[in-house]
Design a protein. Structure first.
Length: 268
């Protein structure tokens, strides 16, 4: 199969966890996605993910993990990190580079602090160590849309807060279409993960992180702001900070040099 792409599932805590794998490299890279996982897991996305991150396929074997399929109320980002460690053990991944985006970066913080033996290098992208007013407002807006079942408004807010102004203007015509096509049967999984973001607090644990760390943020981030990236980089010993002036929360997709920058850090 193209890029050695594969979809898989694991048994974790009485339920299942979806994951994907692609690439043929000797090094292992684990990707942890953001809050969008609350609406749709990575199930069935091995090939599109492989195409999006094909630059990694030669040097790395890449895994991307969702959260468990069935989530209990009160499930925290730290609980998610524990389950992530278990998932890695099941697949025989003793140690890996960890790449966490947004909420995935929150989980990665706990994983690196609580399970340092499993983390080689760490990349934390557009994420936060604890809630702030911008993050709280963003998630509050999305939860409000979801609670009234207005998925078109949900998608519009998502597009507006995550991507640049130019990207939003160019693509907002798609919002009504995507709102109808992507509305989930239930938002329960999203609500639980949203609560986990709002209660996430790894700030006191950041000084315990020993892995070489790159923190990437966007100055135009309307989902959580740029200051959380600066705070994380200032608190993790020896962390490097890269702030994109032009981009926001969607920097992974909008910055053309993003993948090259991550690979350069991992292969330095």
């Amino acid at each position: 199969m193209l890029y050695n792409a594969k979809n898989g599932t694991l048994k974790i805590g009485g339920t299942r966890m979806d994951y994907i794998r692609f690439g043929t490299g000797d090094r292992i890279l684990v990707m942890l996605p953001g809050l969008g996982d609350g609406l749709r897991s990575v199930k069935g996305t091995a090939l599109p993910m492989a195409l999006m991150y094909r630059a990694f396929a030669k040097d790395f074997t890449v895994y991307a993990f969702s959260r468990k399929n069935e989530l209990q109320s009160g499930y925290t980002t730290r609980d998610m990190a524990r389950d992530q460690a278990k998932a890695m053990e099941q697949l025989g991944i003793q140690k890996a580079d960890i790449f966490g985006v947004s909420m995935g970066g929150m989980i990665a913080q706990h994983l690196a602090a609580d399970f340092p033996e499993k983390v080689d290098m760490l990349i934390l992208t557009v994420t936060s160590a604890r809630p702030n007013p911008i993050l709280t407002a963003s998630i509050g807006e999305w939860v409000s849309c979801a609670k009234r079942g207005d998925h078109i408004a949900f998608m519009d807010s998502n597009l507006r807060r995550i991507y640049s102004e130019g990207y939003y203007r160019k693509n907002k015509w798609l919002v009504p279409i995507m709102g109808k096509l992507t509305k989930p049967k239930s938002y329960e999984r999203f609500f639980i993960q949203a609560d986990a973001c709002l209660t996430h607090d790894a700030y006191e644990s950041l000084p315990q992180i020993k892995a070489p760390t790159l923190v990437i943020g966007g100055e135009q981030d309307k989902a959580l702001g740029g200051d959380p990236s600066r705070e994380i980089a200032a608190t993790i010993p020896g962390a490097q900070l890269l702030m994109y002036e032009q981009w926001g929360h969607g920097v992974c997709e909008e910055a053309k040099d993003f993948n090259r920058t991550v690979i350069a850090f991992l292969c330095r």
